[in-house]
Design a protein around this ligand. Structure first.
Ligand SMILES: NC(=O)c1ccc[n+]([C@@H]2O[C@H](COP(=O)([O-])OP(=O)(O)OC[C@H]3O[C@@H](n4cnc5c(N)ncnc54)[C@H](OP(=O)(O)O)[C@@H]3O)[C@@H](O)[C@H]2O)c1
Length: 300
């Protein structure tokens, strides 16, 4: 039974909580000097652009990579260019012990973790009837298990510290059934981590914030494939994929004190690609809507 208005009006101890002691100047809010940020999948693509954003804002950065050891040189370059501390760590995020030991190593070498950016991911984009169970497990271990392991081990650090900030790279594919390639496992992995992240935001409400970024197509190794890129251009309201420099500001906002009132949020950044709405709003091509909904030939 819901509460009465009188019950709801009862003053409760400890509320309202104080506003955060942060600068009022928005550019100062976005400075990350002295903060420690971990970025997974940091050698290239979205993860490297985000690492660069963190370093540009003054943070010390731990770049996690798996196979692309260019991350080692990129960490050195970031440190030299921005006068911050940056190191690269080789970690297979689908192995719990690697995640646990590397979280501990980062804390030992950097002293703390302010922000953990759970960005590593992979896709084997196929219909379920063509996908092997090995391919299914591989996607689950990186895209889902990896995020659960960060949550466990970085979450323990956040709880111990009394502060922390987890940002999860999900996907527009957590919101929509992406077209034209059928990839239910990848879509399902991303939907899992989006809802997992929202759930963590509540669980960790006393000590850490958790938010989700849901990108549309970005021009990286995991962006639209040659077979799908034309459709990616057509479906996007801006007629192209995103450049990774266009996502840096969003992660910086979420990592910084500019977003202290934001937790449990899922931010779409997809160039206006949202199954049907983009077609209606930008191009007004009503005849394309059945195709977007995969109802071609239907009168619905
Ligand atoms: N680009 C897009 O259109 C798009 C759209 C929506 C969501 N996303 C998401 O954005 C994130 C970044 O992708 P991206 O587009 O920047 O592509 P990317 O450059 O291929 O980045 C993926 C990263 O994940 C890392 N990774 C893969 N398996 C790993 C493992 N077992 N352990 C540790 N790291 C592993 C890779 O590391 P190594 O290279 O070192 O092996 C790579 O750096 C992913 O989560 C992806 O699902 C991308």
């Amino acid at each position: 039974m819901s509460m009465t208005i009188e019950d709801c009006g009862r003053v409760r101890d400890g509320f309202p909580r104080p506003f955060p002691n942060t600068p009022s100047n928005v550019l100062e809010q976005m400075r990350l000097n002295g903060k420690v940020v971990v970025v997974t999948g940091a050698a290239d693509g979205i993860g490297y652009a985000v690492s660069e954003a963190m370093a540009e804002a003054g943070a010390n950065v731990a770049l996690w990579y798996n196979s692309n050891d260019i991350a080692v040189q990129k960490a050195k370059d970031l440190a030299a260019t921005h006068g911050i501390k940056a190191s690269a760590y080789k970690v297979n995020v689908s192995v719990a012990e690697h995640v646990q030991s590397t979280v501990a190593k980062v804390v030992q070498e950097f002293g703390k973790i302010d922000v953990f950016i759970a960005n590593a991911g992979m896709a084997i984009s196929k219909p379920i009837l063509e996908q092997t169970l090995d391919e299914y497990h591989k996607q689950m271990t990186v895209n889902v298990d990896g995020v659960v392991y960060y949550a466990k081990y970085a979450g323990e650090v956040f709880q111990r510290q009394g502060f922390g900030n987890l940002i999860i790279t999900s996907s527009m594919s957590a919101h929509i059934v992406n077209v034209p390639v059928d990839q239910p496992v990848y879509n399902g992995c991303k939907a899992y981590i989006t809802h997992f992240g929202k759930s963590l935001a509540r669980e960790w409400r006393e000590f850490a914030r958790v938010n989700i970024v849901s990108p549309g197509f970005f021009d990286t190794k995991m962006g639209a494939s040659p077979q799908t890129v034309q459709e990616a251009y057509r479906m996007s309201s801006v007629g192209r994929q995103g450049h990774v420099k266009e996502i840096k500001g969003l992660y910086l906002y979420l990592a910084s004190d500019a977003s202290t009132y934001m937790t449990g949020s899922d931010v779409l950044i997809d160039g206006g690609m949202d199954t049907t709405l983009c077609v209606i709003s930008l191009q007004g091509r009503w005849e394309d809507i059945p195709m977007c909904l995969d109802l071609k030939g239907s009168d619905e």
